[in-house]
Design a protein around this ligand. Sequence first.
Ligand SMILES: NC(=O)NCCC(=O)O
Length: 383
Amino acid sequence: MAAEFDSLEKCLAKHLPAADLKTVNQILYGRELRSLSLPEDATSLASERDLEVQGYGIDAHQEELRAARVVRVGAIQNKIVLPTSASVDEQRTALHKRIGQMVEIAAMCGVNVLCLQEAWPMPFAFCTREKHPWCEFAEDALIGPTTKLCQEWAKKYNMVIISPILERDEVHGDTMWNTAVIISNSGQVMGKSRKNHIPRVGDFNESTYYMEGDTGHKVFETQFGRIAVNICYGRHHPQNWMMYGVNGAELVFNPSATVGTLSEPMWGIEARNAAIANSYFTCAINRVGTEHFPNEFSSGDGKPAHKDFGHFYGSTYVAAPDASRTPGLSRTRDGLLVTELDLNLCRQMKDGWGFRMTQRLNLYAESLTEAIKPDYKPPIVKE
Ligand SMILES: NC(=O)NCCC(=O)O
C-alpha cells in the first residue's frame, strides 16, 4: 500500500521556490504568522514520544484602552493506541496514558486552553453499526473515568480542558450523546456541549448510537476567554457556527473525526469561513490513522465489505477572524498544535469589516420563521 501523503504545507515547501512559496502562502493562508518558540525540554520530550509539535502566534493591534488578551490554545490529534480487538478497558486506559503524555507537553508549552479530538477515549467504531462492545465506551460526563482524569490534569496544569466523549446519561434512560465536557482550570466541570447535528453519510452511521444534542449553543466564560464547541459534522452547518457567535463566543473548537475521501476538500474551508463570518477564532481538530475493526461491514455503496474506516487525515489547524490561519498538523502523525492568540482581534475585525454589525439577524429571523411554516411558498419569480 502506498504511504499516506504527509502534509500539504510540507509538499508546497519542498517543491516551490522560496519567493513563490511566500506569495502562495499569503494567498492561501493570509498574513504570515509569527512562529512561536517553544521550550526546548518540551520539544525534545515530544520527539522522544513521537509527537509532532508546531507553534504559531496570531497577534492583534495594540489598543489604547484594552490590554492585549493573549491566550495559548492547544489542540491534540492522535491515533488510537491498541487494536480494536483489545478489551474496552485496555483500549481506554492506553488512550488515557498516551494523551496524558501529550497533555504534559502541552503544559510545558504554556497552554491555557486545550481541546482533544472527538470521542477521544475510543476508536471511531460507529462505522461498524454494531452495538457490542462499542456502547461500553460511553461514560458519565460528570463522574466518568475520563472526566475525572481530565479534572486532575486541568487542576495540575492550570488548564481549561475540552474533553469530547461518548456520553452515557444514566439519569435519563441510559441515553447516549456525543458530548464535549468543559473543565475549568480549577478542575471543576463547567458544563457540557452536545453535538447538534448527526451525520448520515458514508460510514458515519452515528444516529443509531446517540441522540441529537439538546444543549443548544452554550458559551463558557473561562478565565482564558469565552469558548464554545461545535462537534464535527456541525461544522457543515453555518447556522450552528453562527449561534455560538451570536451568544458571544471568541473561540470555537471543532473536535472531529473525518476521513479523506469524504471531507478533505471541505476541511480547510469550513472552520476558516466560520472564523471570518463570525469574527471569532476557530480550532478544527481531526484524528489520525486508520482504524481496523474485528468484523467486516459494508458502506451500502455496492463496494466490497471491509474492516476499516479509511484514513483519518489529521490536519488540525487554527483559523483567525482576519482570514489568516496556521498550517495544518501532519496528515499521519500524532500532534500538538500550540497557538498563541490575542482575543482582541475579534472585536478589531468586527470594527474593521463590520460582519456582525451588518449581519441583519432580524431579516433572517423573519424569513426563517416564514420558511419553516408547512404552507410556505418560496418567493420564486418566474418569467
Ligand atoms: N464524526 C463526524 O461527525 N463525522 C462526519 C463526517 C464529516 O463531517 O466530515
